[in-house]
Design a protein around this ligand. Structure first.
Ligand code: ADP
Ligand code: MG
Length: 617
Protein backbone atom coordinates (compact mmCIF):
# COMPACT_ATOMS: atom_id res chain seq x y z
CA UNK A 1 0.00 0.00 0.00
CA UNK A 2 1.43 3.32 -0.95
CA UNK A 3 1.35 5.97 1.70
CA UNK A 4 4.03 7.99 0.09
CA UNK A 5 3.28 11.55 -0.67
CA UNK A 6 1.11 11.89 2.41
CA UNK A 7 3.40 14.63 3.43
CA UNK A 8 4.88 14.95 0.03
CA UNK A 9 5.86 18.56 0.33
CA UNK A 10 9.58 18.89 -0.20
CA UNK A 11 11.52 18.73 3.03
CA UNK A 12 11.81 22.10 4.70
CA UNK A 13 14.96 23.92 3.75
CA UNK A 14 16.82 22.94 6.86
CA UNK A 15 19.74 25.07 7.75
CA UNK A 16 22.82 22.86 7.70
CA UNK A 17 23.06 21.64 11.26
CA UNK A 18 26.24 22.66 12.99
CA UNK A 19 28.07 19.36 12.96
CA UNK A 20 28.36 18.39 16.55
CA UNK A 21 31.91 17.11 16.44
CA UNK A 22 31.63 16.49 20.13
CA UNK A 23 31.93 20.24 20.61
CA UNK A 24 29.23 20.22 23.25
CA UNK A 25 31.15 17.61 25.23
CA UNK A 26 34.38 19.51 24.68
CA UNK A 27 32.90 22.72 26.00
CA UNK A 28 31.39 20.94 28.96
CA UNK A 29 34.75 19.36 29.72
CA UNK A 30 36.47 22.74 29.53
CA UNK A 31 33.86 24.23 31.86
CA UNK A 32 34.24 21.47 34.43
CA UNK A 33 38.03 21.66 34.14
CA UNK A 34 37.98 25.40 34.77
CA UNK A 35 35.68 24.93 37.72
CA UNK A 36 37.97 22.29 39.21
CA UNK A 37 41.01 24.54 38.90
CA UNK A 38 39.29 27.75 39.98
CA UNK A 39 40.07 27.61 43.74
CA UNK A 40 43.77 27.34 42.95
CA UNK A 41 43.69 30.33 40.65
CA UNK A 42 41.40 32.88 42.23
CA UNK A 43 41.26 34.75 45.53
CA UNK A 44 39.27 33.15 48.40
CA UNK A 45 36.70 35.93 48.18
CA UNK A 46 35.79 34.80 44.68
CA UNK A 47 35.68 31.18 45.72
CA UNK A 48 33.08 32.14 48.30
CA UNK A 49 31.19 33.99 45.60
CA UNK A 50 31.28 30.86 43.42
CA UNK A 51 29.99 28.87 46.38
CA UNK A 52 26.98 31.12 46.63
CA UNK A 53 26.41 30.95 42.90
CA UNK A 54 26.46 27.17 43.08
CA UNK A 55 24.02 27.08 45.99
CA UNK A 56 21.63 29.48 44.30
CA UNK A 57 21.94 27.64 41.00
CA UNK A 58 20.73 24.43 42.61
CA UNK A 59 17.55 26.16 43.72
CA UNK A 60 17.15 27.94 40.38
CA UNK A 61 17.60 24.59 38.65
CA UNK A 62 14.58 23.30 40.51
CA UNK A 63 12.71 26.32 39.24
CA UNK A 64 13.78 25.59 35.68
CA UNK A 65 12.11 22.23 36.03
CA UNK A 66 9.10 23.59 37.88
CA UNK A 67 8.48 26.95 36.24
CA UNK A 68 10.38 27.08 32.98
CA UNK A 69 9.60 23.57 31.81
CA UNK A 70 6.53 22.66 33.84
CA UNK A 71 4.85 26.07 33.84
CA UNK A 72 4.25 26.13 37.62
CA UNK A 73 5.35 29.42 39.16
CA UNK A 74 6.67 29.18 42.70
CA UNK A 75 7.77 32.03 44.95
CA UNK A 76 8.22 29.67 47.84
CA UNK A 77 11.44 27.78 47.05
CA UNK A 78 13.44 29.67 49.70
CA UNK A 79 11.28 27.99 52.34
CA UNK A 80 12.47 24.57 51.16
CA UNK A 81 16.07 25.83 51.34
CA UNK A 82 15.24 26.80 54.90
CA UNK A 83 13.80 23.38 55.62
CA UNK A 84 17.05 21.75 54.54
CA UNK A 85 19.17 24.24 56.48
CA UNK A 86 17.09 24.14 59.66
CA UNK A 87 16.76 20.38 59.75
CA UNK A 88 20.50 19.92 59.73
CA UNK A 89 21.08 23.01 61.87
CA UNK A 90 18.68 21.95 64.58
CA UNK A 91 19.74 18.29 64.69
CA UNK A 92 23.51 18.78 64.55
CA UNK A 93 23.53 21.49 67.22
CA UNK A 94 20.98 19.94 69.56
CA UNK A 95 22.52 19.24 72.96
CA UNK A 96 19.77 17.30 74.65
CA UNK A 97 18.23 14.99 72.11
CA UNK A 98 16.56 11.99 73.74
CA UNK A 99 18.77 8.94 73.61
CA UNK A 100 16.76 7.22 70.91
CA UNK A 101 17.19 10.24 68.64
CA UNK A 102 20.80 11.07 69.37
CA UNK A 103 22.02 9.22 66.28
CA UNK A 104 20.02 11.62 64.11
CA UNK A 105 22.27 14.59 64.82
CA UNK A 106 25.51 12.66 64.87
CA UNK A 107 26.51 13.38 61.27
CA UNK A 108 25.51 15.96 58.63
CA UNK A 109 25.12 13.08 56.17
CA UNK A 110 22.36 11.61 58.30
CA UNK A 111 20.69 15.00 58.65
CA UNK A 112 20.87 15.42 54.88
CA UNK A 113 18.85 12.24 54.44
CA UNK A 114 16.40 13.31 57.17
CA UNK A 115 16.11 16.77 55.59
CA UNK A 116 15.41 15.31 52.16
CA UNK A 117 12.79 12.95 53.56
CA UNK A 118 11.15 15.73 55.55
CA UNK A 119 11.22 18.15 52.63
CA UNK A 120 9.85 15.51 50.30
CA UNK A 121 6.98 14.87 52.69
CA UNK A 122 6.24 18.56 53.26
CA UNK A 123 6.40 19.26 49.52
CA UNK A 124 4.06 16.37 48.85
CA UNK A 125 1.49 17.69 51.34
CA UNK A 126 1.82 21.28 50.10
CA UNK A 127 1.63 20.00 46.53
CA UNK A 128 -1.58 18.14 47.29
CA UNK A 129 -3.08 21.41 48.46
CA UNK A 130 -1.61 23.94 46.04
CA UNK A 131 -1.03 22.09 42.76
CA UNK A 132 -4.75 21.80 42.19
CA UNK A 133 -4.94 25.57 42.08
CA UNK A 134 -4.79 27.11 38.67
CA UNK A 135 -3.86 30.46 37.18
CA UNK A 136 -2.61 33.04 39.65
CA UNK A 137 -3.86 31.06 42.65
CA UNK A 138 -0.91 28.69 42.47
CA UNK A 139 1.77 31.41 42.77
CA UNK A 140 -0.28 33.01 45.55
CA UNK A 141 -0.42 29.63 47.28
CA UNK A 142 3.38 29.33 47.10
CA UNK A 143 3.73 32.78 48.66
CA UNK A 144 1.38 31.71 51.44
CA UNK A 145 3.38 28.67 52.46
CA UNK A 146 6.64 30.55 51.85
CA UNK A 147 5.56 33.07 54.48
CA UNK A 148 4.25 30.39 56.87
CA UNK A 149 7.49 28.40 56.90
CA UNK A 150 9.52 31.58 57.27
CA UNK A 151 7.56 32.54 60.36
CA UNK A 152 7.90 29.04 61.70
CA UNK A 153 11.71 29.34 61.51
CA UNK A 154 11.56 32.77 63.15
CA UNK A 155 9.25 31.95 66.04
CA UNK A 156 10.12 28.39 67.03
CA UNK A 157 12.36 28.75 70.06
CA UNK A 158 14.03 25.42 69.51
CA UNK A 159 15.19 26.84 66.16
CA UNK A 160 16.75 29.88 67.78
CA UNK A 161 14.06 32.36 66.81
CA UNK A 162 15.29 35.36 64.88
CA UNK A 163 18.77 35.07 66.37
CA UNK A 164 19.17 31.75 64.63
CA UNK A 165 21.36 28.74 65.28
CA UNK A 166 25.12 28.83 65.55
CA UNK A 167 27.85 26.29 66.05
CA UNK A 168 26.76 24.11 63.16
CA UNK A 169 29.60 21.63 62.53
CA UNK A 170 31.40 21.36 59.19
CA UNK A 171 30.77 18.42 56.90
CA UNK A 172 33.15 15.54 57.14
CA UNK A 173 33.84 13.60 53.97
CA UNK A 174 35.93 10.42 54.23
CA UNK A 175 37.92 11.90 57.06
CA UNK A 176 38.35 15.25 55.35
CA UNK A 177 36.77 18.17 57.22
CA UNK A 178 35.30 20.71 54.85
CA UNK A 179 35.69 23.82 56.97
CA UNK A 180 37.30 26.12 54.42
CA UNK A 181 35.37 27.68 51.59
CA UNK A 182 37.86 26.16 49.09
CA UNK A 183 37.00 22.75 50.47
CA UNK A 184 33.25 22.88 50.57
CA UNK A 185 33.51 24.40 47.09
CA UNK A 186 34.13 20.96 45.63
CA UNK A 187 31.20 19.44 47.42
CA UNK A 188 28.92 22.21 46.15
CA UNK A 189 30.29 21.73 42.64
CA UNK A 190 29.66 17.99 42.83
CA UNK A 191 26.09 18.49 44.06
CA UNK A 192 25.40 21.08 41.39
CA UNK A 193 26.76 19.00 38.52
CA UNK A 194 24.86 16.01 39.81
CA UNK A 195 21.67 18.05 39.87
CA UNK A 196 22.32 19.42 36.36
CA UNK A 197 22.97 16.01 34.85
CA UNK A 198 20.13 14.19 36.53
CA UNK A 199 17.74 16.98 35.54
CA UNK A 200 19.01 16.92 31.98
CA UNK A 201 18.67 13.16 31.83
CA UNK A 202 15.20 13.30 33.26
CA UNK A 203 14.03 15.81 30.68
CA UNK A 204 15.38 13.58 27.93
CA UNK A 205 13.15 10.64 28.75
CA UNK A 206 9.65 9.29 28.75
CA UNK A 207 8.82 11.04 32.04
CA UNK A 208 10.62 14.12 30.76
CA UNK A 209 8.35 14.35 27.75
CA UNK A 210 5.38 14.12 30.08
CA UNK A 211 6.86 16.94 32.16
CA UNK A 212 7.56 19.03 29.06
CA UNK A 213 3.94 18.57 28.01
CA UNK A 214 2.67 20.16 31.22
CA UNK A 215 3.11 23.64 29.84
CA UNK A 216 0.48 24.04 27.17
CA UNK A 217 -0.11 20.39 26.39
CA UNK A 218 -1.99 18.91 29.33
CA UNK A 219 -5.16 17.92 27.50
CA UNK A 220 -3.09 16.31 24.79
CA UNK A 221 -0.83 14.55 27.27
CA UNK A 222 -3.78 13.18 29.23
CA UNK A 223 -5.29 11.94 25.98
CA UNK A 224 -2.00 10.11 25.37
CA UNK A 225 -2.28 8.41 28.75
CA UNK A 226 -0.05 10.72 30.80
CA UNK A 227 -1.05 11.39 34.40
CA UNK A 228 -0.30 15.11 34.38
CA UNK A 229 -1.25 15.65 38.03
CA UNK A 230 1.40 13.12 38.96
CA UNK A 231 3.95 14.75 36.64
CA UNK A 232 3.27 18.09 38.34
CA UNK A 233 3.83 16.53 41.74
CA UNK A 234 7.06 14.92 40.56
CA UNK A 235 8.64 18.21 39.49
CA UNK A 236 7.31 19.98 42.56
CA UNK A 237 8.93 17.47 44.91
CA UNK A 238 12.17 17.34 42.87
CA UNK A 239 12.49 21.12 42.91
CA UNK A 240 11.91 21.12 46.68
CA UNK A 241 14.57 18.42 47.18
CA UNK A 242 17.14 20.40 45.18
CA UNK A 243 16.35 23.47 47.30
CA UNK A 244 16.69 21.37 50.46
CA UNK A 245 20.12 20.08 49.42
CA UNK A 246 21.20 23.64 48.74
CA UNK A 247 20.04 24.64 52.24
CA UNK A 248 21.94 21.76 53.80
CA UNK A 249 25.17 22.83 52.08
CA UNK A 250 24.52 26.44 53.01
CA UNK A 251 24.07 25.66 56.70
CA UNK A 252 27.36 23.75 56.84
CA UNK A 253 29.20 26.37 54.84
CA UNK A 254 28.03 29.29 57.00
CA UNK A 255 28.01 27.21 60.18
CA UNK A 256 25.27 29.58 61.27
CA UNK A 257 21.70 30.19 60.12
CA UNK A 258 18.88 32.59 60.81
CA UNK A 259 15.51 32.92 59.04
CA UNK A 260 16.41 35.89 56.78
CA UNK A 261 17.65 34.01 53.67
CA UNK A 262 14.59 31.77 53.66
CA UNK A 263 11.89 34.41 53.33
CA UNK A 264 9.68 35.16 50.37
CA UNK A 265 12.01 37.97 49.33
CA UNK A 266 14.60 35.34 48.51
CA UNK A 267 11.94 33.18 46.95
CA UNK A 268 11.38 35.98 44.47
CA UNK A 269 15.10 36.33 43.89
CA UNK A 270 15.43 32.64 43.00
CA UNK A 271 12.68 33.09 40.47
CA UNK A 272 14.55 36.11 39.08
CA UNK A 273 17.63 33.98 38.61
CA UNK A 274 15.78 31.26 36.76
CA UNK A 275 13.91 33.67 34.50
CA UNK A 276 16.89 35.90 33.71
CA UNK A 277 19.16 32.95 33.04
CA UNK A 278 16.56 31.18 30.93
CA UNK A 279 13.91 29.26 32.81
CA UNK A 280 13.41 26.77 30.00
CA UNK A 281 17.01 25.59 30.02
CA UNK A 282 19.01 23.63 32.53
CA UNK A 283 22.13 25.75 32.06
CA UNK A 284 20.03 28.89 32.32
CA UNK A 285 19.88 28.29 36.08
CA UNK A 286 23.66 28.60 36.30
CA UNK A 287 23.81 31.66 34.09
CA UNK A 288 21.01 33.34 36.00
CA UNK A 289 22.42 32.74 39.45
CA UNK A 290 25.90 33.81 38.31
CA UNK A 291 24.67 37.01 36.69
CA UNK A 292 22.43 38.00 39.59
CA UNK A 293 24.95 37.15 42.29
CA UNK A 294 27.86 38.94 40.64
CA UNK A 295 25.73 41.90 39.68
CA UNK A 296 24.32 42.19 43.17
CA UNK A 297 27.78 42.12 44.67
CA UNK A 298 29.01 44.70 42.24
CA UNK A 299 25.99 46.99 42.60
CA UNK A 300 26.22 46.83 46.39
CA UNK A 301 29.78 48.12 46.08
CA UNK A 302 29.24 50.66 43.36
CA UNK A 303 25.81 52.16 43.90
CA UNK A 304 26.41 53.64 47.37
CA UNK A 305 29.54 55.32 46.03
CA UNK A 306 27.69 56.72 43.04
CA UNK A 307 24.61 57.76 44.96
CA UNK A 308 26.46 58.78 48.08
CA UNK A 309 24.21 56.96 50.51
CA UNK A 310 23.45 53.46 51.69
CA UNK A 311 20.32 51.50 50.85
CA UNK A 312 19.19 48.51 48.90
CA UNK A 313 19.41 50.31 45.59
CA UNK A 314 20.34 47.12 43.79
CA UNK A 315 16.75 45.98 44.24
CA UNK A 316 15.59 48.84 42.03
CA UNK A 317 18.18 48.01 39.41
CA UNK A 318 17.05 44.38 39.50
CA UNK A 319 13.48 45.42 38.96
CA UNK A 320 14.48 47.34 35.85
CA UNK A 321 16.71 44.51 34.67
CA UNK A 322 13.88 42.02 35.07
CA UNK A 323 11.54 44.17 33.02
CA UNK A 324 14.16 44.59 30.31
CA UNK A 325 14.76 40.86 30.11
CA UNK A 326 11.05 40.13 30.00
CA UNK A 327 10.74 42.63 27.17
CA UNK A 328 13.81 41.85 25.13
CA UNK A 329 14.62 38.24 25.84
CA UNK A 330 11.68 36.35 27.21
CA UNK A 331 13.61 33.13 27.05
CA UNK A 332 16.37 34.57 29.22
CA UNK A 333 20.11 34.89 28.61
CA UNK A 334 21.03 31.27 27.93
CA UNK A 335 19.52 31.06 24.43
CA UNK A 336 21.39 34.26 23.53
CA UNK A 337 24.65 32.82 24.79
CA UNK A 338 24.03 29.67 22.79
CA UNK A 339 23.76 31.65 19.61
CA UNK A 340 27.34 32.80 20.12
CA UNK A 341 28.59 29.31 20.71
CA UNK A 342 27.26 27.10 17.91
CA UNK A 343 27.07 23.87 19.84
CA UNK A 344 24.25 21.52 19.33
CA UNK A 345 23.57 18.14 20.75
CA UNK A 346 23.59 15.61 17.90
CA UNK A 347 20.11 14.52 16.76
CA UNK A 348 18.76 11.40 18.41
CA UNK A 349 19.85 8.14 16.87
CA UNK A 350 17.29 5.54 16.02
CA UNK A 351 18.53 2.09 16.92
CA UNK A 352 17.26 -0.32 14.24
CA UNK A 353 18.12 -3.23 16.54
CA UNK A 354 15.83 -2.07 19.35
CA UNK A 355 13.17 -4.57 20.27
CA UNK A 356 9.66 -3.52 19.21
CA UNK A 357 7.33 -2.34 21.98
CA UNK A 358 4.67 -4.81 23.10
CA UNK A 359 1.44 -4.72 21.10
CA UNK A 360 -2.19 -5.07 22.07
CA UNK A 361 -4.05 -8.25 21.15
CA UNK A 362 -6.00 -7.60 17.93
CA UNK A 363 -9.82 -7.37 18.11
CA UNK A 364 -12.25 -9.56 16.19
CA UNK A 365 -13.42 -7.85 12.97
CA UNK A 366 -17.00 -6.65 13.40
CA UNK A 367 -16.79 -6.57 17.21
CA UNK A 368 -18.46 -3.44 18.59
CA UNK A 369 -15.69 -1.51 20.31
CA UNK A 370 -17.36 1.77 21.12
CA UNK A 371 -20.95 2.41 21.91
CA UNK A 372 -22.57 5.70 22.94
CA UNK A 373 -26.16 5.71 24.10
CA UNK A 374 -28.34 8.81 24.55
CA UNK A 375 -25.40 11.07 25.24
CA UNK A 376 -26.49 14.58 26.15
CA UNK A 377 -24.16 17.47 26.88
CA UNK A 378 -25.40 20.85 28.01
CA UNK A 379 -23.27 23.96 28.35
CA UNK A 380 -25.54 26.11 30.50
CA UNK A 381 -28.58 26.64 28.37
CA UNK A 382 -26.96 25.35 25.19
CA UNK A 383 -27.58 21.70 24.32
CA UNK A 384 -24.44 20.80 22.36
CA UNK A 385 -25.33 17.10 22.16
CA UNK A 386 -28.87 15.80 22.50
CA UNK A 387 -29.55 12.06 22.93
CA UNK A 388 -26.68 11.10 20.63
CA UNK A 389 -26.17 7.40 19.98
CA UNK A 390 -23.57 5.72 17.79
CA UNK A 391 -21.36 2.67 17.67
CA UNK A 392 -18.07 1.79 15.99
CA UNK A 393 -16.91 -1.72 15.10
CA UNK A 394 -13.45 -3.15 14.64
CA UNK A 395 -12.44 -2.94 10.98
CA UNK A 396 -14.79 -0.14 10.00
CA UNK A 397 -14.56 3.59 9.44
CA UNK A 398 -17.49 5.60 10.74
CA UNK A 399 -17.82 9.23 9.74
CA UNK A 400 -19.47 11.82 11.95
CA UNK A 401 -20.49 14.75 9.79
CA UNK A 402 -22.56 17.87 10.16
CA UNK A 403 -22.37 21.61 9.75
CA UNK A 404 -20.11 23.76 11.90
CA UNK A 405 -21.33 23.94 15.47
CA UNK A 406 -23.39 20.77 15.13
CA UNK A 407 -21.66 19.28 18.18
CA UNK A 408 -19.18 16.85 16.61
CA UNK A 409 -16.13 17.91 18.58
CA UNK A 410 -18.19 17.93 21.77
CA UNK A 411 -19.14 14.33 21.05
CA UNK A 412 -15.49 13.47 20.42
CA UNK A 413 -14.43 15.02 23.68
CA UNK A 414 -16.95 12.98 25.61
CA UNK A 415 -16.04 9.75 23.86
CA UNK A 416 -12.38 10.26 24.68
CA UNK A 417 -12.91 11.40 28.27
CA UNK A 418 -11.82 15.01 27.77
CA UNK A 419 -15.39 16.02 28.62
CA UNK A 420 -18.15 14.31 30.64
CA UNK A 421 -21.70 13.88 29.37
CA UNK A 422 -24.52 15.54 31.29
CA UNK A 423 -26.41 12.28 30.84
CA UNK A 424 -26.18 9.11 28.81
CA UNK A 425 -23.74 6.23 28.67
CA UNK A 426 -20.57 5.43 26.76
CA UNK A 427 -19.07 1.93 26.67
CA UNK A 428 -15.68 1.03 25.29
CA UNK A 429 -14.63 -2.62 24.90
CA UNK A 430 -17.74 -3.54 26.83
CA UNK A 431 -16.92 -1.40 29.84
CA UNK A 432 -18.64 1.80 30.91
CA UNK A 433 -16.23 4.71 30.50
CA UNK A 434 -18.61 7.60 31.09
CA UNK A 435 -16.81 10.16 33.20
CA UNK A 436 -13.51 8.27 33.23
CA UNK A 437 -10.27 10.22 32.88
CA UNK A 438 -9.06 10.43 29.31
CA UNK A 439 -5.75 8.85 30.28
CA UNK A 440 -7.52 5.74 31.52
CA UNK A 441 -9.54 5.50 28.31
CA UNK A 442 -6.33 6.01 26.34
CA UNK A 443 -4.72 3.14 28.19
CA UNK A 444 -7.59 0.87 27.17
CA UNK A 445 -6.78 1.50 23.51
CA UNK A 446 -8.56 4.63 22.31
CA UNK A 447 -6.34 7.22 20.72
CA UNK A 448 -7.25 10.54 19.16
CA UNK A 449 -6.20 13.61 17.24
CA UNK A 450 -7.47 17.14 17.80
CA UNK A 451 -9.33 19.51 15.52
CA UNK A 452 -7.07 22.29 16.74
CA UNK A 453 -3.69 20.64 16.55
CA UNK A 454 -2.14 20.09 19.97
CA UNK A 455 1.56 19.49 19.87
CA UNK A 456 4.69 20.81 21.55
CA UNK A 457 6.01 23.05 18.84
CA UNK A 458 9.60 23.34 20.08
CA UNK A 459 9.98 19.62 20.65
CA UNK A 460 11.15 17.51 17.73
CA UNK A 461 8.64 15.70 15.56
CA UNK A 462 10.09 12.41 16.79
CA UNK A 463 9.66 13.22 20.47
CA UNK A 464 6.16 14.57 19.95
CA UNK A 465 5.17 11.26 18.47
CA UNK A 466 7.00 9.37 21.23
CA UNK A 467 4.55 10.84 23.77
CA UNK A 468 2.01 8.53 22.18
CA UNK A 469 3.91 5.50 23.48
CA UNK A 470 3.76 6.69 27.08
CA UNK A 471 1.49 3.90 28.23
CA UNK A 472 3.40 1.22 26.37
CA UNK A 473 6.48 1.85 28.48
CA UNK A 474 7.23 2.04 32.19
CA UNK A 475 10.61 3.48 33.14
CA UNK A 476 10.21 6.07 35.88
CA UNK A 477 11.85 9.24 37.14
CA UNK A 478 14.69 7.54 38.96
CA UNK A 479 15.85 5.35 36.11
CA UNK A 480 15.56 8.32 33.74
CA UNK A 481 17.69 10.51 35.99
CA UNK A 482 20.40 7.88 36.09
CA UNK A 483 20.11 6.87 32.45
CA UNK A 484 18.97 3.34 33.29
CA UNK A 485 16.09 3.72 30.85
CA UNK A 486 18.09 3.80 27.61
CA UNK A 487 16.99 0.39 26.40
CA UNK A 488 13.33 1.22 26.67
CA UNK A 489 13.90 4.74 25.34
CA UNK A 490 15.46 3.22 22.21
CA UNK A 491 12.37 1.04 21.79
CA UNK A 492 10.08 4.07 22.15
CA UNK A 493 12.03 6.16 19.65
CA UNK A 494 12.15 3.31 17.17
CA UNK A 495 8.38 2.93 17.41
CA UNK A 496 7.88 6.68 16.98
CA UNK A 497 10.19 6.74 13.96
CA UNK A 498 8.35 3.74 12.50
CA UNK A 499 4.96 5.44 12.82
CA UNK A 500 6.37 8.61 11.27
CA UNK A 501 7.73 6.63 8.33
CA UNK A 502 4.37 4.99 8.01
CA UNK A 503 2.47 8.27 7.69
CA UNK A 504 5.11 9.74 5.38
CA UNK A 505 6.86 12.10 7.75
CA UNK A 506 10.06 10.09 7.92
CA UNK A 507 12.10 12.96 6.54
CA UNK A 508 11.22 15.28 9.41
CA UNK A 509 12.12 13.33 12.55
CA UNK A 510 14.46 15.91 13.99
CA UNK A 511 12.66 19.10 12.97
CA UNK A 512 10.82 21.07 15.62
CA UNK A 513 7.16 20.10 15.28
CA UNK A 514 6.17 23.77 15.02
CA UNK A 515 8.11 24.14 11.77
CA UNK A 516 5.84 21.71 9.90
CA UNK A 517 2.98 22.92 7.72
CA UNK A 518 -0.43 22.66 9.36
CA UNK A 519 -1.44 19.69 7.23
CA UNK A 520 1.71 17.87 8.25
CA UNK A 521 1.05 18.67 11.88
CA UNK A 522 -2.27 16.89 11.56
CA UNK A 523 -0.49 13.89 10.11
CA UNK A 524 1.99 14.07 12.98
CA UNK A 525 -0.97 13.78 15.37
CA UNK A 526 -2.07 10.62 13.58
CA UNK A 527 1.40 9.14 13.97
CA UNK A 528 1.31 10.06 17.66
CA UNK A 529 -2.08 8.41 18.06
CA UNK A 530 -0.82 5.29 16.27
CA UNK A 531 2.21 5.21 18.52
CA UNK A 532 -0.18 4.28 21.35
CA UNK A 533 -1.08 1.06 19.47
CA UNK A 534 -4.82 1.81 19.68
CA UNK A 535 -7.72 -0.40 18.63
CA UNK A 536 -9.92 2.66 18.10
CA UNK A 537 -8.76 5.84 16.45
CA UNK A 538 -10.70 9.12 16.73
CA UNK A 539 -9.72 11.65 14.08
CA UNK A 540 -11.14 15.18 14.29
CA UNK A 541 -10.94 16.74 10.81
CA UNK A 542 -7.69 15.07 9.74
CA UNK A 543 -7.88 16.19 6.12
CA UNK A 544 -8.29 19.89 6.86
CA UNK A 545 -5.39 21.79 5.35
CA UNK A 546 -4.09 18.82 3.34
CA UNK A 547 -3.38 19.04 -0.37
CA UNK A 548 -5.06 16.80 -2.86
CA UNK A 549 -2.28 14.21 -3.02
CA UNK A 550 -1.87 14.25 0.72
CA UNK A 551 -5.55 13.51 1.17
CA UNK A 552 -5.21 10.55 -1.17
CA UNK A 553 -2.32 9.21 0.82
CA UNK A 554 -4.20 9.75 4.08
CA UNK A 555 -7.17 7.82 2.69
CA UNK A 556 -4.81 4.99 1.69
CA UNK A 557 -3.36 4.90 5.19
CA UNK A 558 -6.78 4.80 6.82
CA UNK A 559 -7.89 2.00 4.51
CA UNK A 560 -4.80 0.05 5.44
CA UNK A 561 -5.46 0.53 9.14
CA UNK A 562 -9.04 -0.58 8.63
CA UNK A 563 -7.85 -3.71 6.86
CA UNK A 564 -5.68 -4.43 9.90
CA UNK A 565 -8.82 -4.38 12.05
CA UNK A 566 -8.61 -0.87 13.47
CA UNK A 567 -11.88 0.88 14.29
CA UNK A 568 -11.85 4.48 13.11
CA UNK A 569 -14.24 7.31 13.91
CA UNK A 570 -13.64 10.35 11.81
CA UNK A 571 -15.09 13.88 11.83
CA UNK A 572 -14.57 15.45 8.46
CA UNK A 573 -15.87 18.30 6.34
CA UNK A 574 -14.49 17.19 3.03
CA UNK A 575 -17.40 15.19 1.57
CA UNK A 576 -15.48 13.71 -1.35
CA UNK A 577 -12.90 12.43 1.06
CA UNK A 578 -15.51 10.98 3.43
CA UNK A 579 -17.87 9.41 0.93
CA UNK A 580 -15.16 7.50 -0.91
CA UNK A 581 -13.58 6.21 2.26
CA UNK A 582 -15.96 5.36 5.04
CA UNK A 583 -18.30 2.44 5.68
CA UNK A 584 -21.06 4.28 7.51
CA UNK A 585 -22.03 7.86 8.18
CA UNK A 586 -23.76 9.55 11.14
CA UNK A 587 -25.06 13.04 10.44
CA UNK A 588 -25.55 15.64 13.17
CA UNK A 589 -27.32 18.94 13.22
CA UNK A 590 -27.94 21.20 16.22
CA UNK A 591 -26.56 18.53 18.52
CA UNK A 592 -28.86 15.77 17.29
CA UNK A 593 -28.47 12.80 15.02
CA UNK A 594 -30.57 13.44 11.93
CA UNK A 595 -29.48 10.49 9.82
CA UNK A 596 -27.35 7.36 9.83
CA UNK A 597 -26.51 4.96 7.02
CA UNK A 598 -24.27 4.02 4.12
CA UNK A 599 -22.52 6.85 2.28
CA UNK A 600 -24.77 6.38 -0.76
CA UNK A 601 -27.95 6.58 1.29
CA UNK A 602 -26.75 9.62 3.18
CA UNK A 603 -25.91 11.46 -0.02
CA UNK A 604 -29.49 11.01 -1.17
CA UNK A 605 -31.15 11.68 2.19
CA UNK A 606 -33.34 14.81 1.87
CA UNK A 607 -33.00 15.76 5.54
CA UNK A 608 -29.24 15.65 5.20
CA UNK A 609 -29.24 17.69 2.01
CA UNK A 610 -31.50 20.21 3.69
CA UNK A 611 -29.34 20.48 6.80
CA UNK A 612 -25.99 20.20 5.23
CA UNK A 613 -26.37 22.17 2.09
CA UNK A 614 -29.08 24.49 3.36
CA UNK A 615 -31.42 23.06 0.75
CA UNK A 616 -29.16 24.05 -2.12
CA UNK A 617 -28.21 21.19 -4.40
P1 ADP B 1 -18.57 21.06 15.78
O1 ADP B 1 -17.35 20.33 16.16
O2 ADP B 1 -19.61 20.17 15.19
O3 ADP B 1 -18.28 22.21 14.88
P2 ADP B 1 -18.71 21.74 18.57
O4 ADP B 1 -18.91 20.44 19.24
O5 ADP B 1 -17.37 22.33 18.59
O6 ADP B 1 -19.25 21.67 17.08
O7 ADP B 1 -19.73 22.78 19.21
C1 ADP B 1 -21.10 22.55 19.37
C2 ADP B 1 -21.72 23.69 20.14
O8 ADP B 1 -21.32 23.65 21.48
C3 ADP B 1 -21.31 25.06 19.60
O9 ADP B 1 -22.42 25.91 19.65
C4 ADP B 1 -20.24 25.49 20.57
O10 ADP B 1 -20.21 26.89 20.66
C5 ADP B 1 -20.71 24.85 21.86
N1 ADP B 1 -19.60 24.53 22.76
C6 ADP B 1 -18.62 23.64 22.50
N2 ADP B 1 -17.78 23.54 23.55
C7 ADP B 1 -18.26 24.39 24.50
C8 ADP B 1 -17.85 24.74 25.82
N3 ADP B 1 -16.76 24.19 26.39
N4 ADP B 1 -18.58 25.66 26.49
C9 ADP B 1 -19.68 26.21 25.93
N5 ADP B 1 -20.13 25.92 24.71
C10 ADP B 1 -19.43 25.02 23.99
MG1 MG C 1 -15.40 20.54 15.58
Amino acid sequence: MNTEGLAAQPPLPTAPRPRALGTDRLLLGAFIGAMLLAPALIAPFYVTLLNYIGLYAMVALGLVLLTGVGGLTSFGQAAFVGLGAYTTGALTTATHLPAWLAWAGSSPWITLVIGLLLTGAVAWVLGQITLKLSGHFLPLGTIAWGISLYFLFGTAESLGGHTGLSGIPPINLLGWTLDESQEIYYLILAFLLLAVFTTQNLLDSREGRAIRALKGGRIMAEAMGVNTARARMVIFVLAALQACASGWLYAHMQRFINPTPFGVHFGIEYLFMAVIGGAGHVWGALVGSAVITVLKQWLQDVLPQVLGSNGNFEVIVFGILMMLVLHRAREGLWPILRRWVPVQAPPKQIDPEAEPLPRRAPRQPGEVLLEARDVTRKFGGLVANNQMSLSVKAGEILALIGPNGAGKSTMFNQLSGVDTPTSGEIRFLGQPITGHASRDIARMGMSRTFQHVKLLSKMSVLENVAIGAHRRSHEGVFSAAWRLDRKEEARILKEAAHQLERVGLGAYLHEPAGSLALGQQRILEIARALCADPCLLLLDEPAAGLRYKEKDALAELLKKLRAEGMAILIVEHDMDFVMNLVDRVVVMEFGEKIAEGLPDEIQRNPAVLEAYLGGVE
